[in-house]
Design a protein around this ligand. Structure first.
Ligand code: PLP
Length: 350
């Protein structure tokens, strides 16, 4: 009963089959394998962006940090939500890869940037002449770190503010498939048609072993990105196995099917959580993740029976008053059996 993360699950068999199929004979290394041109074409078709520059890396942190650094001077600041992976969970990688650029944190409910807060943050950056960091790119996360979604209109609002100031925009799509499936929109609707310049397109959390695509809709800095990826030690020599995963993931729109399945699993979980006495669900879950405040006794029962998920704060104790609420995060991937979801609810409910 593992609800800790969507990267705790297995690979999808079709992705594994694609890796096995790639494991015969010889292929040129470093992205020059025969699979990568097909992957590039598939991503360009999926995003309706024939000119896009497409690269693969093995982690979401690398995708975010390398993509952002390509449009960040070392004296810039990147605008990110306070509750974002780049701020909270990447050990400063975007700053490191940008040679010391800073992050400016922007607030907004449901882990979504408030447009006015972003406008204010940009307007007040760089005011101290040479003494200030200068405005750099804006990054948003879709689906967000708390399982909410920006609507297409909200994305367009954020990118319009960035563009008014001549800034590039990046979308952290570690859960791109979940968001796209939930919104029922196309990949292009959620990105360049809404003003996004570059995307980290996640595979790892949704059925792959470890692959993410970095997509630039304008290829002007493609060569620079390649140099950054190599210098940053993220150009794989056995690249064919990254390409194979992505090919398996994109074929027949598997990515979208798995995203929808993960969302449906989470919806079942949310329905169950709502039946637990005293439960509070502060942000309406829209994708494959839910945060819930639940009585300590419920956690004691579930965790005592082996359920795995994160509590907040991370050192929250299971000893204490039964009815005191403790915040927890539950994440479902595509593979989560409904029986496990139901079992978790039964344990929590008591
Ligand atoms: C929103 C978001 N972005 C990016 C990542 C990528 O992280 P990793 O470097 O662990 O693949 C994650 C993983 O937790 C995430 O939740």
């Amino acid at each position: 009963m593992n609800f800790a993360s969507d990267n705790a699950g297995p690979m999808h068999p079709r992705v594994l089959d694609a890796i096995i199929a790639a494991n015969s004979g010889y292929e040129m290394p470093y992205g020059n394998d025969t699979i990568m041109p097909r992957v590039r074409d598939m991503i360009r078709a999926t995003f309706e962006a024939p000119q896009a520059a497409v690269y693969l890396v093995a982690t979401g942190t690398a995708a975010n940090a390398l993509a952002l650094s390509t449009y960040t001077n070392s004296w810039d600041t990147i605008f990110a939500h306070r509750v974002s992976h780049v701020e909270e969970d990447e050990c400063g990688a975007p700053n490191f890869y940008s040679n010391g650029a800073k992050l400016t944190l922007v607030d907004g409910i449901g882990a979504k940037m408030d447009p006015d807060a972003l406008r204010r943050a940009i307007a007040t950056t760089g005011q101290k002449d040479v003494h200030s960091a200068q405005p750099g790119p804006v990054t948003i996360t879709q689906a967000t770190e708390v399982g909410t979604l920006y609507s297409l209109g909200e994305i367009a609002q954020i990118t319009a503010i960035a563009k008014d100031h001549g800034l590039k925009t990046h979308l952290d799509g570690a859960r791109f498939a979940n968001a796209c499936a939930a919104l029922g929109c196309s990949a292009s609707d959620m990105t360049w048609k809404a003003g996004i310049d570059m995307v980290s397109f996640g595979g790892t959390k949704n059925g792959c072993a470890g692959v993410e695509a970095v997509i630039f809709f304008d290829p002007e800095k493609a060569w620079e990105f390649e140099l950054r990826r190599k210098r940053g030690a993220h150009l794989f020599s056995k690249h064919r196995f990254l390409s194979a995963q992505m090919e398996g993931y994109l074929s027949g729109d598997l990515w979208l099917e798995l995203g929808a399945q993960a969302n449906a699993n989470c919806a079942r979980l949310v329905k169950g959580l709502e039946t637990i006495a005293g439960a509070e669900i502060p942000d309406t879950p829209q994708a494959n993740m839910v945060f819930a405040n639940l009585p300590r006794a419920a956690h004691r029962r579930a965790m005592g029976a082996g359920a795995q998920y994160y509590l907040f704060p991370s050192d929250a104790s299971l000893d204490g008053p039964d009815d005191e609420l403790i915040r927890a995060r539950f994440v479902c991937d595509w593979s989560k059996p409904t029986s496990e979801i139901d079992q978790l609810i039964t344990l929590l409910r008591g």
